[in-house]
Design a protein around this ligand. Structure first.
Ligand code: BEZ
Length: 216
């Protein structure tokens, strides 16, 4: 396992999942990908997390994101556990869960952090763009369930950057002003790219209405 850095093409693999065998890059196609690990099946926090991802299906779909979960549990365990997730979280898990008892994918993606959990995956999340590049990554311990609203917020920020050349400031939420990336300096280019206008607080700090929304 080599260290994965932002901007790297993520490693490809073939694996068993609850939706059959997949080759990761082919399965992603032209979508964004969210690959996320959990420590173990039939555990409380993980049950709430996978239920949450299932219940956010429409939000991921809107953003052209395919979700793929993974733990080191075997396929039959995942299949039984899905019934519990659906029952207790009022969900319908449709996304695949990788069965990785030999830890091939877990090790390829450095999801096992032995000083935290000896043999299980921690709560890693890999945000992958349609070019298969790693665009963001977060890691939480087993005891902290992830905030999937924050995960959607990160996806929105990445997609705004790709589509409109804006960055998002601290605590940005949908509808808030965005930041014009510092690499754009030419005033004519700014006028063309940001027709809704902008506020210049400093030459390096220029705020513009969120470009994919009409000004209120
Ligand atoms: C949980 O999902 O609740 C969990 C899993 C492993 C360790 C601690 C908590």
């Amino acid at each position: 396992m080599a260290t994965l850095h932002l901007g790297d093409i993520v490693p490809d693999f073939e694996t068993e999942t609850t939706s059959g065998t997949i080759r990761f890059h082919d399965w992603l196609g032209s979508s964004w990908g969210l690959l996320f690990s959990h420590p173990a099946d039939f555990t409380p926090v993980c049950t709430t997390e996978l239920g949450r991802v299932a219940n956010l299906n429409e939000e991921f779909k809107k953003r052209n994101v395919k979700c793929l979960a993974i733990s080191v549990d075997p396929l039959d365990s995942h299949k039984k556990w899905i019934n519990d997730i659906n029952e207790t979280q009022n969900a319908n898990v449709q996304f695949p869960i990788i069965a990785d008892p030999e830890r091939k994918v877990a090790e390829l993606y450095d999801m096992i952090h032995p000083n935290a959990l000896a043999t299980q995956t921690v709560r890693s999340v890999y945000f992958i763009d349609p070019n298969k590049k790693l665009r963001a990554q977060i890691t939480y311990p087993a005891s902290t369930g992830r905030n999937f609203a924050e995960i959607l917020r990160v996806i929105d920020s990445l997609q705004l950057t790709d589509n409109y050349q804006v960055a998002t400031p601290a605590d940005w939420q949908q509808g808030d002003e965005c930041v014009i990336v510092p690499s754009i300096k030419d005033p004519e280019e700014i006028q063309t790219k940001f027709p809704q206008g902008y506020r210049q607080l400093k030459p390096y700090l220029r705020m513009t209405p969120q470009p994919n929304l009409k000004k209120k």
